[in-house]
Design a binder for this molecule. Structure first.
Ligand SMILES: [Zn+2]
Length: 55
């Protein structure tokens, strides 16, 4: 479906996860946020794309 591609882009693009508190941080296009909005940690990782598999 066309929607899923758009939705996936919005969901996974420019979203960074804090490795300390797991908060979602939205960055600017192609840019990583400077730090976590919750705990101010700079340890952020990009949100992984892909499907979840059981197990
Ligand atoms: Zn954090």
């Amino acid at each position: 479906m066309a929607l899923s591609q758009v939705a996936a882009k919005r969901l996974f693009q420019d979203v960074w996860i804090c490795m300390r508190c797991n908060a979602k941080n939205t960055g600017q296009k192609g840019k990583k946020p400077a730090k976590c909005r919750k705990c101010n940690s700079t340890r952020l990782r990009g949100k992984k794309k892909g499907k979840k598999k059981a197990g």
